[in-house]
Design a protein around this ligand. Sequence first.
Ligand code: SF4
Length: 347
Amino acid sequence: MSGAEALRQGQEAGGPAQPLLQVRALKKHFPIRGGMLGRTVATVNAVDGVAFEVAKGETLGIVGESGCGKSTTARLLIRLIEPDSGEVRFAGQSVGSEIPVAELRHGVQMVFQDSFASLNPRLTIEDSIAFGPRVRGVAEAEAVHKAHDLLRRVGLDPAQFARRYPHELSGGQRQRVNIARALALAPRLLILDEPVSALDKSVEAQVLNLLVDLKQSLGLTYIFVSHDLNVVQYISDRVMVMYLGRVAEIGPVEAIYRDARHPYTRALLSAMPSMDPDRRTQEAPIAGDPPNPINPPSGCLFHTRCPYAEAVCQSTAPALAPVKDRHSAACHMEIAGSGHSKARPAA
Ligand code: SF4
């Protein structure tokens, strides 16, 4: 049986304990062209050796400042952008070799920030949702029935909304339609790229609650990309913090928000408003802008902004080192014998 056939039949290599998604050494460097001949004059290391896993049924939040590579990572996973190198395994099978990209997009769907640009303005809501199933050979009546069912699931009455066009809906309603459209091919993994960032706060809460309900009722797995630490804390089981195309820290949501080990994560969290005095961090808010990604710093990419930077930080890039159960940070202070004066003692 081919990888694609196995995937269609819900089978996967490695059995039920297999993570749904495994990402290894994923890289994407964008060339910057210049001069009369349009030669490559520099490169931006948008995603530079990112590795992580997502278990079935969990939500992984990906956070970081603008330009940290979180949205590029999301697009690489579903091959909207072709990676330079690295491997993505979905349900135990390698994308591109064991599973064709077209089959991957059956199992993985994406919802974007811009709810309007994501919908064809000339298609009714019903046709937008039914489009994917129709293309895959689902009969007309069944595709329409499915579209109405999905509209109900996302809280929109088909009698009221099915024949409307995208411009006749509010931003929150359009994002509900985008979620319904993404669910039309019965994916197992939804990649949500800033899905509530363009919405008002009250609508944001409604859409987040809808996502939580759908995840439970449909047994979905989410990757949730956002710059908003409050939103990520609310929705995530684990959180991955990115800085200049690399993973700075990854761990369970409680560990990241209560016991962050990377100075960058702590600085991000210190800028997050909290009413709870116990939750306020003593860390100074992050200083300055991120370095130019065309000419990134040597060693630890954060050393130009880090209050704990020492000589080793300038010369050597820290590996992502385990801190505790499923919690890792890329900082010399977490690596015994790294040469940093605050390095943890050897176990
Ligand atoms: Fe700061 Fe050094 Fe840790 Fe980088 S490795 S975060 S510069 S202490």
